[in-house]
Design a protein around this ligand. Structure first.
Ligand code: FPP
Length: 230
């Protein structure tokens, strides 16, 4: 199958990875195990996205609201993020994957910020799939920051705001997927979702496989996108 057909013309897919906790609970396992299996799902999906030639995959890894979780859970998530980048950075470099972060990651622990800076620098020149990780990200915060920057430059127009968003330069968002049966955006990519197709699936994030992405892309290709025109 040609790469174009594998993605059905979609260039940018974003995912709200939800349901790690419920996946673990169903199996009487600690929530941390659900998050670990969630990272495995991330690793597999990033590889698949690269293989199918998707231009950008944006993953909601940690929201501005996630700080309200227990200290223990926050530190589990941060530890998993750190390990994932440490373990997969060489693979990103070898496979032309570019890393991008949206959200203000500079407030994270110093060792994580240093690791992310290293990963960003080492993959900056790659032009294959861009893996966009949303960290300490909230769309309202992003839009407010972008509007302030646009205002400082003298023009608060949609184009001027868009140019200042954390996602500036990425392809337009084609498809937004949320797992685990919840049907809301939870402050994720509110601006970018303006014309995106949305797919909500009951599959819990640790169970989300490349085949589910392929299915979602097929559904995407069946929908007619008109951008408000006729
Ligand atoms: C939702 O499950 C998931 C998260 C809050 C975090 C997603 C994070 C990862 C998959 C791991 C780290 C990310 C990367 C990119 C390595 P939940 O705990 O809200 O599940 P629940 O709603 O069933 O409790």
């Amino acid at each position: 199958m040609s790469l174009e057909r594998a993605t059905h013309g979609a260039r940018h897919v974003a995912i709200i990875m939800d349901g790690n906790g419920r996946w673990a609970k169903k199996r009487h396992l600690p929530r941390a195990v659900g998050h670990q299996r969630g990272v495995e799902a991330v690793r597999t999906l990033v590889r698949a996205a690269r293989e199918m030639g998707l231009e950008a995959l944006t993953l909601y890894a940690f929201s501005t609201e996630n700080w309200r979780r227990s200290e223990d859970e926050v530190s589990t998530l941060m530890g998993l993020l750190k390990r994932y980048i440490q373990e997969d950075l060489a693979e990103f470099v070898a496979n032309n994957v570019r890393l991008r972060i949206i959200g203000d990651y500079t407030v994270l622990a110093r060792d994580i910020v240093a690791l992310l800076d290293e990963a960003l620098a080492k993959t900056a020149a790659n032009d294959g799939t861009t893996l966009v990780v949303a960290l300490n990200y909230g769309a309202q915060d992003e839009i407010a920051r972008a509007a302030a920057k646009a205002a400082a430059k003298g023009a608060i127009t949609p184009e001027a705001i868009e140019a200042e968003l954390d996602t500036a330069g990425l392809p337009p968002l084609d498809l937004l997927i949320r797992t685990s049966g919840e049907v809301r955006l939870s402050n994720f990519l509110l601006w970018q979702a303006a014309y995106a197709e949305m797919i909500f699936t009951d599959v819990l994030w640790p169970d989300f496989k490349p085949a589910h992405l392929a299915e979602a892309l097929e559904e995407f290709s069946r929908r007619e996108r008109r951008y408000g025109g006729r």
